[in-house]
Write a protein that binds this ligand. Structure first.
Ligand code: SF4
Length: 163
């Protein structure tokens, strides 16, 4: 898969210590995006899922995997394997996306829907410059929701994540 990079021990991409994978490629092009270098799908570097899982598992203090970007849902097959690998290791899975939860659930491709079902918490929606905030945890703009995915899928409506 193509990635822009990884971070060990991130404390800003979800609760606890997180292994964050910044996927390469994003078609949303939100004005004011903080990671414009991740937009080009042919940029970044190529890595195997196994290599990334090995890197994630090398730190016993890691609490969870976070898929960020870029747009993780534009590489859904590989991100699904990463998420499954994290769950097999007892780690929780968070993902960022510029898509809305409802779009992925109802109109996503089969691969995107499969990835959504493997994610525990989804921070959804594009970054909107006029709603930019530094005061809300885990989000760059106020429109973005921190969603409990299993409860939302079960409920038929969005249930926000509570710590
Ligand atoms: S979805 Fe994220 S990575 Fe993509 S343009 Fe928007 S803020 Fe940037």
């Amino acid at each position: 898969m193509r990635i822009a990079g990884t971070v060990q021990d991130s404390i800003v991409d979800g609760p606890g210590f997180r292994f964050t994978v910044f996927t390469q490629g994003c078609s949303h092009h939100c004005p004011g995006c903080h990671n414009p270098q991740t937009h080009d799908p042919s940029g970044g570097t190529e890595h195997t899922v196994e290599e990334l899982l090995e890197r994630m598992r090398s730190n016993p203090l890691t609490d969870g995997l976070t898929l960020s970007g870029g747009e993780p849902f534009e590489q859904p097959e590989d991100c699904l394997l990463l998420a499954q690998g994290a769950h097999e290791s007892g780690l929780n899975v968070w993902s960022y996306t510029g898509y809305l939860f409802e779009f992925l659930r109802d109109q996503g491709t089969e691969a995107q829907k499969a990835l959504l079902r493997e994610v525990d918490v989804l921070v959804d929606g594009p970054f909107l410059l006029d709603q930019r905030t530094l005061s809300l945890p885990w989000r760059g703009s106020r429109n973005q929701r921190v969603i409990d995915v299993p409860k939302s899928l079960e409920n038929g409506d969005v249930v926000l994540f509570q710590l």
